[in-house]
Ligand binder design. Sequence first.
Ligand code: NDP
Ligand code: BG6
Length: 480
Amino acid sequence: MSEQPITTDVPYVDTAQIDPNQPEADALVLFGATGDLAKRKLFPSLYKLERSNTLDVPVIGVARSDWTDDDFRTHARESIEAHVDDADDEIISSLSDRLDLIQGDYADEATWEELRDTLDRHGSETAVFYMAIPPSIFPMVAEKLASVGLNERGRIVVEKPFGRDLDSAVELNQTLHSVFPEDHIFRIDHYLGKEAVEDLLVFRFANTLLEPVWNRNYVRSVQVTMSETIGVEGRGSFYEGVGAIRDVLQNHLLQVIALLAMEPPAGPDARFLQDEKAKVISAMRPIECSQMVRGQYVGYRDEDGVADDSSVETFAAVRLEIDSWRWAGVPWYVRVGKGLAENATEAVIELREPPRMLFDEAGSPPPERNLIRLRLGKNDGVTFALQAKTPGPSLDSQEVDVDVDFAAALGERQDAYERLLGDALVGSLRRFARQDVVEGTWAIVQPALDEPGEIFPYFRDSWGPSEADNILEPGDHWYP
Ligand code: NDP
Ligand code: BG6
C-alpha cells in the first residue's frame, strides 16, 4: 500500500489534465447565487476549495434579489455551516473576503455593464461564468454576456438539464455555440465528478485481469441500477416536467454506461476520452418502447405540484443494446427510480456460465454465475461474487464474495461539485459532457419521450412494478 488516503484537503487539481489552451480562471461569476444549488452544493464546495488553498479568485454573485454584499456573505456562511461538518470560521472568513454581489435585473443592460466593470476592476481576463439558474434562461444569459464582450473573456458552466429532448438540446448547443466555442462550454453532469464513477475508467483500464472478460464472449448481461428510497421530496412541480428518464437516465446513467462500455481511450487527454464515449453512445440503439417499462409510485399524485392524473414516471426499466464489436447481443438492463426499496447506484456485470458443468453431480445445484458488482453510490466499492467449494464430501459450490469498500481501503472521497468547480477553474474538460455525447444520449431516449406508453403503479419500498420483468430475457432476473 503506497498511496496516501485521499482527504478533502488534497488540492483538486490533476495537473496532467489541465488543457494548455485553457488559461486558469481569474474570477468566478455565480449566476443564481441566491438559489438552492448554490446553497446546498456550490458554497460548501467553494469552502472546501478554500480549505485546500486552491481557490485563489474573486467570487462574484449575480442575483435579482435585493441583497447587499453583506447579505450574500451571511448567506454563504449559513449555507456552509449547514452543509459542512465542523466548518472552520477562519476559512469561512477568508472565503467571505472573496465574495461580492451584483444585484440587478438580467434584462437591464446596466447589470451586464456592472459585471464587466467589476471584472475589469479585478483585472480579470478569464472568468468562469457558472449558470446556477433555471435552464430557460441559459441562452439569454449567454447572449447577454456576449453583448458586453464577456464571451471573449471566459468560459461557461451549464447546469443540467441540458435541453429536454434532442431538438431542444441541439437548439441550446447552437445558441451557446453562437457565443462560446465548444471548448469553453462546461456541461455539468455531477455523476462525472464522482470518484466512484471516474474509477470505472481506472478499474477497467488499470487491471489486466478484467479486459479479457470485458466483452460479449464472457459477459452475459450488464445491469445498471440507480434506486432511491426518497420520493420527489417537495420537488413535485419540477418533477412533473421531467420524469425519471429525463432526470437521471438520459444523463447520469448513460454516462455511466458509456464508461462501462467504451473502448480504451488513446491517452489521458479529455478529447480522447470524449471520442470513445461518443463512439459507444452512437453504437447504442435508441430505446425500443417494447423494451421499456415505466412506473409511478403510489402516492406520487398526492405530492404538491403533481397532477391528479399525472402519467409522469418515477421509475423506468429499459433494455438497451450496443451494436459494437465488443457488446453485440449483450443485454444492458437499466433501472432507475424513486420510492424504491434501497439506495443503490451500481452496475452488475454478470458473466456467462463455465462451458461445462464439471461438478454437475445428480442433485447438486449448478454454480451461480460470477458477478462483478461495482458500487457507485455512497458505499462505493466492488464485490466479486465467485464460487468456492462447499465444505463437505461433495464438489458442490457456493457463492463467496470478495469485497472491497473503497472508503475503508482508500480514504475519504472528494465531493463531486468540489472537483467539478475546481476543474472549471483550471480549465480541465475531462469531467464534463461534450456536445456530441449529450446529443447522442438524447437521441437514445427520444423514442421513450415520443411514445411513453403505459405507466404501471408500484408501492413504495418495492423494486418497482413487476412488469419490469417483462423486458428480461428468459433465465435472467434483476439483481437487488
Ligand atoms: P432555483 O430555482 O433555486 O433558482 C436559482 C436562482 O435563479 C434563484 O435563486 C433566482 O435568483 C434565479 N432565478 C430564478 N428564476 C429566474 C429568472 N426567471 N430569471 C433570472 N433569474 C432567475 O434553482 P436551483 O438553484 O435549484 O438550480 C439551478 C440550476 O441547477 C438549474 O439549472 C437546475 O436544473 C440545476 N440543478 C439544480 C440542482 C439542485 O439540487 N437544486 C441539482 C442539479 C441541477 P434571483 O431571483 O435572486 O436572481
Ligand atoms: C439529480 C436528480 O441529478 O441527481 C435527482 O435531479 C437525484 O432527482 C440526484 O435525486 C441523485 O444524485 P446522487 O448524487 O444523490 O446520486
